[in-house]
Design a protein around this ligand. Structure first.
Ligand code: GTP
Ligand code: MG
Length: 302
């Protein structure tokens, strides 16, 4: 069993109780008839999987023809398989690409785990020359936090003065990265709610300025999501996609919650590759997303 799977399983156990205990009570009392399936669909919807997602899972599940002697465990497995089919569309390996300097920009709402994800992700590219740009110029502590990750990874951090223009800082930081012949540069950005117009405009300005230095950049714009947010997460995906070109997701804080159901809603209503999942605050707590393992974990299977 992989490291993250056990962490995920342990974490999910805590709040996966409504889903897993719900499953237990549905299947212990009744036969698998149409009213049971309806009850099951409601349970999935209540677990943030969305109407379309839940519908799809039930369809897959029904097609499996679970026999009458099936144990609770068999049913959970079939359900996990049915969910995994839906989630599979989000399973995609993160490829750095072959740009001379790969620019990775991290975006998301406040506290979604952007800065932490930069630190963890950078640690995966040990053979590359990397720098960080502290593009969150709103909070002084944000620069400090990124600097700590820089020290931990022995990575140079490009910083401005508190409150300076984020786009200007990114412009200078990219020039420096080119000069230093870095392979990868990570740009941290300020947390922004999707409905704050000035912050939306600022992010778009950052992207325009980045393109002035490197027209193809940012090569990756990764949206960080906090798995504990539940339903609102889907809104964030949709609105950030309208703001900038999101090409992948990082779902953080899956160690403390079972709110992973939202991934089924994302997979069906706004399909986006999930490159990584955050399963803790440590440097090694970022793992590739695997649809089957994730689905099994959510259904309370080991
Ligand atoms: N348990 C757990 N905590 C996490 C994870 N990722 C981030 N955190 C914690 O969540 C908090 C917020 O993370 P940050 O990386 O600062 O989030 P951010 O998006 O940069 O936040 P702002 O800069 O304020 O917008 C920190 O205390 C992190 O240690 C995770 O996968 N699991
Ligand atoms: Mg931050």
């Amino acid at each position: 069993m992989s490291n993250w799977f056990s962490k995920l399983g342990l974490g999910l156990k805590k709040s996966s109780t409504p889903l897993t205990s719900g499953l237990g009570s549905i299947f212990s009392k009744k036969k698998l008839d149409s009213s049971t399936l309806e009850e099951l669909e409601e349970l999935l919807i209540c677990s943030d999987m969305g109407v379309t997602g839940s519908n799809q899972i039930i369809k897959n599940f029904s097609a499996q023809r679970v026999n009458k002697e099936a144990t609770n465990e068999d049913i959970r497995q079939t359900l996990a398989d049915s969910l995994a089919v839906v989630l599979k569309s989000c399973e995609k390996k993160f490829e750095l690409g072959d740009a001379k300097l790969v620019v990775i920009m991290m975006v998301g709402v406040n506290g979604a785990g952007k800065t932490t994800a930069i630190g963890k992700l950078a640690a995966k590219f040990k053979d590359k020359k990397i720098s960080f740009i502290a593009g969150d110029t709103f909070r002084a502590a944000a620069v400090e936090q990124l600097s700590v990750w820089g020290e931990r990874n022995k990575i140079r951090v490009f910083k401005g003065t508190p409150g300076c223009d984020a786009a200007g800082l990114c412009f200078d930081g990219l020039q420096e990265a080119l000069k230093q012949q870095d392979d990868i540069v990570f740009i941290d950005t300020a947390g922004r709610l999707q409905n704050k117009t000035n912050l939306v405009e600022e992010l778009q300005k950052v992207v325009r300025v980045i393109k002035k230095v490197i027209p193809e950049a940012p090569h990756h714009t990764l949206l960080c999501l906090d798995a504990t947010t539940g339903q609102n997460t889907l809104d964030q995906v949709k609105t950030f996609k309208n703001m900038v070109d999101i090409n992948g997701l990082i779902i953080n804080k899956l160690d403390g919650t079972a709110k992973g159901g939202i991934l089924a809603a994302i997979a069906t209503e706004s399909p986006t590759p999930v490159y990584f999942i955050g399963v803790g605050e440590g440097i090694d707590d970022l793992d590739e997303f695997n649809a089957s393992d994730f689905a099994r974990s959510l259904m309370g299977l080991k």
